[in-house]
Design a protein around this ligand. Sequence first.
Ligand code: PMP
Length: 438
Amino acid sequence: MTDRNDELFDRAREVIPGGVNSPVRAYGSVGGTPRFLASARGATVTDAAGREFVDLVASWGPALLGHAHPEIVEVVQAAAARGLSFGAPTGAEVELASLIAERVAVGDAKPIEKVRLVSTGTEATMTAIRLARGVTGRDLLIKFAGHYHGHSDGLLAAAGSGVATLALPGSAGVPAPIAAQTLVLPYNDLDAVREAFALHGDRIAAVIVEAAAANMGVVAPLPGYNAALADIAHDNGALLIIDEVLTGFRVHPAGYWGLQAEAGEAFTPDLFTFGKVVGGGMPLAALGGRADVMDALAPLGPVYQAGTLSGNPLSVAAGIATLRLATPEVYARVDAAAAVVADALSSALTAEGVVHAVPRAGSLFGVAFLPDAPHDYATALTQDAWRYPPFFHAMLDAGVSLPPSVYEAWFLTAAHDEAALDRIVSALPAAARAAASA
Ligand code: PMP
């Protein structure tokens, strides 16, 4: 039976490559017609055919407080009435930059002195890398297999997210000399990092790492790993860039760095990147870190970066409102909701005898069809990924919208109330049966 989603998908494919403006939206690995969404509120999304789903995508992370939170919508409307874009600095940008710097603090540790606002996570990581190269005068970059840092040229080698979902080695269109500037190492393997520095130490500008990997499924760093990366980089005159685009302000008021610092694992990254939650659902991202590094950016320093829509007033208003509303109680609610769903997911799969793990990093979790949570990309890729499409579609049929790839995290929000959680929990047994018989 075709419905409005099918009609839209047919038309979309005539005018938009693959019918989507970002690849994983295409249901490429799960099959079927993507839901074309018409609206979203709280924990639910409504598709073009008028069907409502409890949502576990949360716009891929930003909707920490739930969709269309009334106070955020109100400040965005008020900002729109004052002007959509100025191309000049605003007081609100100063407020948001200060909020970001103030929040990323635990005890005496306050690693962010200066912040620059950009529009996407891709821009934030791209700029952080240029900055690291500019201040060190070195070219090479270390990234980890399965980590996704956006789609700039040098970061697509062995990347997670859609690159993993589509089983691509990287991307066409990246010149070999540019790809050669990125050293891709296995995640959670400090010996590999020490070896790379032993071989190329004086040419490595930076190590970039997701604070906790969540684009190859969820793969948390082993205890001490992030702190050791900071030590190794600093011992060799390189910078550590912690990519918190996905984890920042989502797993803890001070991001995954804050979660680790609070647990006694303190370390000092030179640069942080943020996106998603920091813009509350509007296009906004940021990089921040040590003043002496950040001040190498133009107009003070020689590293160029710019943006017509950087610090857009609507996005900044949404970001400020989101950070102000994201109180410790919000994180406690999201943590509790995540625990309910993660436990129910595991119980349902266990009841059907499906080999699985539910890897977690703070409130982020996902499913991996493996006996144990994977610790790196090579292991994540060995799972029975073919069990996910029938599982996904059984959940969708029951009115629960999951990320359309096994290599993505599930996102809870503070708007997932008991009714929303009940709908998810009661949908899981049938989905587990579908996964078992796949
Ligand atoms: N870094 C990480 C860790 C991400 O998860 C993402 C997006 N999923 C990005 C960078 C890129 O952000 P954007 O899609 O806003 O360009």
